[in-house]
Write a protein that binds this ligand. Structure first.
Ligand code: ATP
Length: 447
């Protein structure tokens, strides 16, 4: 199979002809005639490329573009436009489409465009896995690498604990890659980002009609992980109800989809992660003790970055190379003073914070040598440009508010949006902190 394609066109003849031609070329092809039916397919299946006719009976095909980007972030979208409607295609490309085909087009042009689009996705996916290298030469990292190799060969359930951004997900992926399951799927789910009832739907899947928006059967993550690895991130945030259901699955290896009666079997290796202390959560009555023993047959603790000083520079240099290449910037290096500053910084957001910091540095920095001042400008109390902006305010009240907003933004980021913690650190009670976050419309930034 050369790749999976979705052809979206309202004209039956065109849809079927394209599908037939592409199938004969060796692609797996699904078709859809409207926005609604496309959405269902996009949610439930993976496609390397989507051929999208802009004109659809139930709306503008362009509105599907962002939907595709959400569910299938690396998929290439090829826009099909009517003759003389190239301006629509240009707009689509500005919004992230990969290429366009103007009707009428030849078979050669079709195959060439689709082939390039699929190759592009395969290339992106390959470089993504290359990136996943686990960097570090500190004692804990060297030990970690040895442990990973050993346990990867077993089927033991692993619990990864460590602060946010220490690399728990990366380690989980490494264990999967080095295991005999590496060709089978690695399926991950973040228990903290989903509300209680959605998490059950995600884990167990559902049958058509199980609830009002269940338009079609959907396989759950437990089912999708069959033969592979299931990674449950932030398991400490799972509701007690979902914990009880999960425990039963771990004991019996079988379950039913929501609203269904058919028994589904799934065999997977379970890796869980938590940045909460689960034993404390057990004491508080938030986590089941029996589930804890099931998931924690082997516990790996990832130390915070500030406790493995030598890795800071190694990681910083690794990310400098990576982002310089990505942003097509000259190769950069750090002066000794710059390195000392990086070592002294607390990195409360761990490797993720360092990675994001280096990315910003690469974007903003010109030249090859990164000096202490460059680091200070970015890590310092206020970024220089914001600092200047404060003095452009005419009156004291607005300047104070501007400062307050920047201060809160920075503290929230520093403590990874842990509001309770921030409220303690800056000595402002929680309700006031909430109020100010709302007042200043402070957004939770990604990463
Ligand atoms: N040792 C490492 N070498 C290279 N990259 C790393 C390392 N550790 C972490 N990273 C990178 O840092 C980022 C954060 O790591 P990851 O998502 O694995 O952390 P996490 O502990 O799962 O965080 P959270 O608890 O917030 O989900 C990722 O981009 C990851 O690739």
């Amino acid at each position: 199979m050369k790749g999976a394609l979705l052809v979206i066109d309202d004209e039956k003849n065109i849809r079927e002809t394209l599908a037939k031609l592409l199938e004969e070329e060796g692609y797996y092809v699904k078709t859809a005639e409207s926005i609604e039916s496309s959405k269902k397919l996009i949610q439930s299946e993976y496609f390397h490329a989507v051929l999208l006719d802009i004109w659809l009976p139930d709306g503008d095909g362009l509105s599907l573009l962002s939907y595709i980007k959400t569910y299938l972030p690396d998929t290439s979208v090829i826009i099909i436009t009517g003759h003389g409607k190239v301006e629509h295609a240009v707009k689509a490309i500005k919004e992230g489409a990969y290429d366009f085909l103007e009707k009428p087009f030849s078979m050669e042009r079709l195959f060439l465009t689709v082939d390039r689009a699929v190759q592009e996705v395969l290339r992106k996916r390959a470089t993504k896995s290359e990136e996943d290298e686990l960097i570090g030469s500190s004692k804990p990292m060297m030990e970690l690498k040895q442990i990973i190799e050993k346990i990867a060969k077993t089927n033991i359930n692993v619990l990864l604990i460590g602060e946010s951004g220490t690399g728990k997900e990366l380690v989980a992926r490494k264990i999967h890659e080095l295991s005999e399951r590496s060709q089978a799927p690695f399926v991950d789910i973040n228990c903290a980002s989903l509300p209680e009832d959605l998490i059950e739907a995600e884990l167990f899947g559902y049958e058509k009609g199980a609830f009002t928006s269940a338009f079609a059967r959907k396989q759950g993550k437990l089912e999708l992980a069959h033969g592979g690895t299931l990674f449950l991130d932030e398991i400490g945030d799972m509701s007690l109800k979902a914990q009880a259901k999960l425990l039963r699955v771990l004991e019996t290896k079988k379950f039913t989809r929501l609203g269904g009666t058919q028994t589904v079997y799934s065999e997977f290796r379970l890796i869980c992660a938590s940045n909460k202390d689960l034993r404390k959560e057990i004491k508080k009555g938030n986590f089941r003790e029996d589930l804890y023993y099931r998931i924690s047959a082997f516990i790996i603790s990832l130390p915070p970055l500030r406790e493995r000083g030598e890795d800071i520079i190694l990681l910083a240099e690794h990310f400098l190379d990576k982002f310089s290449k990505e942003y097509k910037k000259p190769k950069k290096h750090l002066t000794e003073e710059a390195k000392a500053l990086l070592m002294a910084y607390p990195w409360k957001g761990n490797v993720r914070e360092l990675k994001n910091f280096i990315e910003r540095l690469v974007i903003l920095h010109t030249g090859e040598e990164i000096k202490a001042q460059d680091i200070k400008n970015l890590l310092g109390f206020l970024p220089a440009e914001n600092y200047d902006a404060l003095f452009e305010q005419k009156d004291l009240k607005t300047a104070k508010q501007e400062f307050e907003k920047l201060f809160l933004k920075r503290k929230l980021k520093e403590y990874n949006y842990d509001l309770k913690k921030v409220s303690q650190v800056i000595n402002l009670d929680l309700s006031n902190l909430y109020r100010k976050i709302k007042q200043y419309n402070i957004q939770i930034e990604g990463g």
